[in-house]
Design a protein around this ligand. Structure first.
Ligand code: FAD
Length: 421
């Protein structure tokens, strides 16, 4: 077994991959230009989504598409240059979102998701991160009864298909469960199988620190290029070259750029998302009835209200626009207004506005496994909406493949399906 690995990217995916390889006896270097967990794995909503058995399909019903086209659906924003640039990938995504294909994809996806909390659990304990984690699920809230009923039927289907646990909470039950809500809503689905994290970046940092304590090497440097060499690979970085037998590309949304010079064209749909922090509960508020019990996802607004150490993190859905707005993004503005409508919020936390990109593949599955044409080169990226959830799972799977375990579990994830020359 070749024993040396450089893992590129210390987000949740790269860090968890480094831990899994280290546990199997590899000599691992984890390289990132930033501190671990400073990019997408910092800015997400912090849900370890053990309930998310079906990946986000591109909507295909006319009513939703019309709302998106008119920009009245806050879960998606777009501009024409962005759509034009993404057109080929969006077309593939559209085809893969057809019900029959999406069902097949969901079977592979559900197999990953159902392992996710278990795969995190060991690293949470080993890295002494219990204080960051709550294992009580979250609430998907509804402002109108029609959408609530649609989702309740979907939840029932998921329970039957995937064994996912949930409670249906009608308007009165929701008001009792979340007294901080300032007005009645139609109801909520309380998913049980998800865990929430009060500081996603800190969890990745804790995993990385544990990797370091166990003898792993963390290198803070910019990746400048990859060359094949006598040993296997030479990783060119701002800290100098590193010779190694294996390289794992876990650079999240930046992975295609690193692979392009080697002749791989990988189309990722980078769905931008935003967050901001708001003081919560308000400093002068009565703490007995102003604190949310669980994280909320506001279905009508496509926004997450996540109680975190830094305040309430208000996070948005997907922006496909080519250009990131200079000022407050429209989706975030609407999400913040919707949060204020429901909760007694304090002031926005200064300089807390953030933007990042979900690295989504057009077939909704991450790329995990051997590079199609280069020995000793491995992929682990493209985790889309659920990379914070799935990092430890695909990390374990990739480490298994590299060590020569059975590859059956990862066959649907094989990079050869998407990485074209
Ligand atoms: C608003 C929002 C909310 C989300 N909510 C959730 C959620 O609740 N649950 C969930 O599971 N997922 C969520 N996601 C998705 C999740 O955040 C991502 O799928 C996940 O963080 C991807 O992890 P990663 O390790 O692949 O990428 P990243 O965390 O982005 O890591 C990539 C790393 O590569 C490094 N890098 C890039 N280029 C170079 C270079 N040239 N040299 C050196 N280093 C480099 C970067 O510094 C970075 O640290 C959300 C995403 C967004 C945007």
């Amino acid at each position: 077994m070749s024993n040396e690995v450089v893992v590129l990217g210390a987000g949740m995916v790269g860090t968890a991959t480094a831990l899994a390889l280290q546990a199997r006896g590899y000599d691992v270097v984890l390289l990132d230009r930033n501190e671990p967990g400073s990019e997408t794995s910092y800015g997400n909503a912090g849900v370890i989504q053990g309930e998310a058995c079906e990946p986000y399909a591109l909507p295909r019903d006319i009513a939703t598409l019309w709302r998106i086209a008119r920009k009245t659906d806050n879960s998606v924003d777009w501009d024409l240059p962005g759509l034009w640039r993404l057109a080929p990938s969006l077309f593939t995504y559209w085809r893969n979102s057809a019900p029959a294909r999406h069902r097949r994809t969901s079977l592979a996806y559900a197999a990953l998701i159902r392992r996710a909390t278990r795969d995190h659990a060991g690293w949470i304990a080993a890295s002494a991160s219990e204080a960051l984690i709550r294992r009580e699920g979250y609430r998907l809230i509804f402002r109108d009864s029609a959408s609530f009923e649609v989702q309740a039927r979907k939840a029932e289907k998921w329970r039957a298909l995937y064994g996912i646990g949930y409670d249906r909470e009608d308007s009165a039950a929701l008001a009792i469960a979340e007294p901080a809500l300032r007005r009645p809503l139609a109801g909520a689905i309380r998913w049980h199988d998800a865990w929430t994290c009060s500081d996603p970046g800190a969890l990745v940092k804790a995993y990385a620190a544990y990797f370091g304590r166990r003898g792993g090497s963390l290198v803070k440097a910019d990746l400048c290029g990859l060359e094949q060499s006598g040993r296997g690979w030479r990783v060119l970085s701002s800290a100098g070259p590193i010779e190694t037998e294996n390289v794992v590309v876990a650079l999240g949304p930046w992975s295609p750029q690193a692979l392009e010079p080697l002749g791989y064209r990988v189309s990722l749909i980078r769905k931008r998302g935003y967050h901001m922090h708001v003081e919560y509960p308000r400093a002068d508020a009565d703490p007995s009835n102003t604190r949310l019990n669980l994280l909320l996802i506001d279905a009508a607004i496509g926004a997450v209200y996540a109680p975190m150490r830094a305040g309430l993190r208000v996070a948005t859905g997907a922006d496909l626009s080519a250009i990131e707005p200079d000022g407050m993004p429209r989706q975030l503005e609407r999400a913040y207004a919707a949060a204020r409508d429901l909760l007694d919020l304090g002031a926005p936390v200064a300089n807390s506005r953030w933007a990042g990109m979900r690295p989504c593949t057009p077939d909704m599955l991450p790329l995990v496994g051997a590079a199609p044409r280069h020995r000793g080169l491995w992929f682990n990226f493209g985790h889309g909406h659920q990379g914070f959830t799935l990092g430890p799972t695909t990390g374990n799977l990739l480490a298994g493949v590299m060590a020569g375990d059975s590859v059956d579990d990862v066959l649907p994830l094989a990079p050869s399906r998407l990485a074209t020359a």
